[in-house]
Write a protein that binds this ligand. Structure first.
Ligand code: AHR
Length: 644
């Protein structure tokens, strides 16, 4: 939907402003420095964010560990004249970390009638034209069988072969095979599967079967390009990982096992994820760090702090020591030079240069720990880690806890609210903040449309996975409030970030970016965040509103003198708003205006990815006092250039 955006320029008189709605920006002074790290991202394995999402692996259950009883997501492919059997096998495993393989027995096969095994990936294998896919697998064969194996990407009905190659010289020992599968000039589709077939009778064992499309920065164990582009476009300054609940796990033993996520993928067994499926751990600690590197964002590392989602905790004291040690080693893996044990391990894993780390968070939402053990747990982690890494800023995941007298450097606040509640609370947001207290990190937040759409309620399952324009308005009001307070709110990030939109993939809504196997799209909230994060000054300018429901904020870029105004109109009708900029006598006559507007129920989807997107226009005849008409239900960024 196209916004209607008009400006009337006039010199406001005092009487006019007193009687009318007004928005005043005081450019004579600064209300503090805008945090340069204000806009970042939060991520965890939820909604198939990595497996079936950002992590570009296309084969589901590649290590045959997703189910102990059957090779789920794998099926036999055969025709009327061929036959094959598949079964899980724990004899002669690939290694001690991947204890199960797939045994494939082709009983009746010939060149004209092959049979084998197929994997449909995460809701389809995406086929793109003229694209090279990197296939790899480990295989061994019964004595006397040498192959070949045919590896292909074929249509769901098996009638079209999009790309194919052959592997031979199998032996009785495990051996890694790699080949490139190249598609021709095909029409993109996700109605495809990956196959490994035999055309001679024989028995083979397969493991760690993998297929990658081209990845961001060509990293071999890399990330999906389209989603990465969308993330980079948000200009994030940090990445909070790996959770969220994912860092904690449902049980203590299921917390994020960072050590087991290192090294070659055939050494990663994966683990039970708290969001209803198993994680391959292809997205391991180093991949998170390289993801940060690729986005030029700094890591905000959450370490497991001895509390899991089933309510179990580890008592502070000797029992907690191994977990504190685990956190110390994790920090050493991230930051240590190659003379340290874990820095050397990072170098061995392919990244000799240490990563810069400023922030470490202990746990996630530990306020849910009814035993209140977080006080002692935080204190124990704090004392050991501060002693070794005094420069690190330590984040409490429970802002209300007393922490046995330890003072956190940063508090992590989470806020999932209905759009109208964000709009209500945003107007005076921050008036009661302790400006001398710990820094504030709003480490998870998102507006849902209304009370009936609360993420944790069943009704939200009936709604599309990504938010509507109505929610984006709540997001806009809240972001403006956080930006006005970014002298103390140093970082903030929407959550969850990613959702696979296929049925059964989602564990939470609303989510910022949706995708299926073939394409990704941004929700209206995604574009709202993009408008805010890409247009950030460095000085907060005080603003006052009266007689209007419009909310907003203003900042200045001290280098260029540009004033950036962000406004949110939550009404279903356009609003005329006189704007006065005090202390500025002249502005460049042309300003850039970016507008996101739509009906409250408007949204984007894989089928309609650009239904609601920002539109950039140029405004002429700008002066320090002017009136703008904000479209109904809109978010507007106005970039006022200094007079040259
Ligand atoms: O963002 C979804 C979940 O909400 C996070 O994992 C958790 O921290 C919060 O409760």
């Amino acid at each position: 939907m196209r916004p209607i955006f008009t400006f009337a320029i006039f010199i406001a008189t005092a009487s006019c402003l007193a009687a009318s709605p007004s928005f005043t920006i005081d450019a004579t002074r600064s209300a503090g420095k805008v945090s340069p790290k204000l806009y970042g991202l939060m991520t965890e394995e939820i909604n198939h964010s990595y497996d079936g999402g950002l992590y570009a692996e296309l084969i589901r259950n590649r290590a045959f560990l997703d189910d102990a009883k059957s090779p789920v997501n794998w099926s036999v492919v055969k025709d009327d004249a061929s036959a094959a059997i598949i079964t899980l096998d724990s004899a002669n495993p690939l290694n001690d970390k991947i204890p199960t393989s797939l045994r494939l027995t082709a009983t009746h096969v010939s060149k004209a009638h092959p049979a084998g095994v197929a994997n449909s990936g995460y809701w389809g294998i995406p086929v793109q034209p003229k694209t090279e896919y990197r296939a790899s697998l480990w295989a061994r064969a019964e004595a006397g069988f040498f192959g070949p194996l045919t590896v292909s990407i074929v249509s769901e009905d098996g009638c079209t072969v999009y790309a194919s190659g052959k592997l031979s010289r199998l032996t009785a020992e495990w051996k890694k095979f790699e080949l490139t599968l190249k598609t021709g000039n095909v029409t993109p589709t996700a109605q495809a599967r990956f196959e490994v077939t035999l055309d001679q009778p024989g028995m083979v064992w397969l493991d760690l079967v993998s297929l990658f499309p081209p990845t961001w920065n060509d990293r071999p164990n890399g990330l999906r390009k389209d989603i990465m582009q969308m993330l980079v476009d948000l200009n994030p300054k940090f990445l909070r990982f790996p959770g969220g609940n994912y860092v904690e796990g449902n049980k203590i033993e299921d917390h994020f096992p960072w050590q087991k996520t290192l090294g070659p993928i055939e050494h990663r067994p994966g683990h039970t994820c708290c969001w209803g499926y198993r994680s391959s751990d292809g997205m391991g600690l180093l991949e998170f760090l390289e993801w940060c590197e690729d986005m030029k964002a700094e890591p905000v590392l959450a370490v497991f702090a001895g509390y899991s989602l089933d309510g179990t905790h580890i008592d502070p004291g000797p029992q907690l020591e191994p977990f504190v040690q685990e956190a110390l080693e994790e920090i050493e893996y991230v930051t240590g030079d190659t003379n340290t044990a874990w820095g050397a391990r990072r170098a061995k894993d392919g990244h000799p240069a240490p990563f810069k780390l400023n922030y470490v968070e202990f746990g996630n939402e530990d306020g849910f720990d009814k035993s209140r053990s977080y006080n002692g747990r935080f204190a124990q982690f704090h004392d050991v880690i501060k002693a070794k890494y005094p420069q690190l800023k330590l984040i409490t995941s429970d802002p209300w806890a007393q922490l046995d007298g330890r003072k956190p450097d940063v508090e992590d606040w989470h806020d999932y609210s209905a759009a109208d509640d964000f709009i209500k609370k945003s107007r005076d947001y921050g008036s009661d903040f302790n400006r001398h207290g710990p820094e504030i990190f709003v480490g998870e937040w998102a507006a849902h449309e209304d009370a009936a759409a609360r993420p944790w309620d069943a009704t939200s399952w009936k709604l599309p996975p990504t938010p509507t324009m109505k929610a984006a308005i709540g997001d806009g009001a809240f972001m403006a409030a956080m930006e006005r307070n970014s002298d103390i709110i140093k970082m903030q990030c929407y959550a969850p970030l990613l959702v696979n939109v296929n049925p059964g993939a989602r564990a939470w809504r609303p989510d910022l970016i949706g995708y299926d196997a073939l394409s990704a799209y941004g929700s209206p909230s995604y574009y709202a965040i993009q408008m805010f994060s890409r247009n950030l000054g460095d000085e907060i300018l005080p603003v006052t509103f009266s007689g209007t429901s419009v909310q907003g904020c203003a900042t200045r870029d001290s280098k260029t003198g540009e004033i950036i105004v962000k406004l949110v109109n939550p009404e279903l009708t356009p609003q005329s708003l006189p704007i006065e900029i005090k202390g500025v006598t002249a502005l460049a006559s042309k300003a850039t205006v970016i507008t996101l507007a739509g009906n409250p129920e408007d949204t984007n989807s894989t089928g309609h990815p650009k239904n609601v997107v920002p539109i950039t226009t140029t405004l002429s005849g700008v002066k320090p006092s002017f009136t703008c008409t904000l479209p109904a239900n809109s978010i507007v960024v106005i970039k006022l250039k200094a007079h040259l």
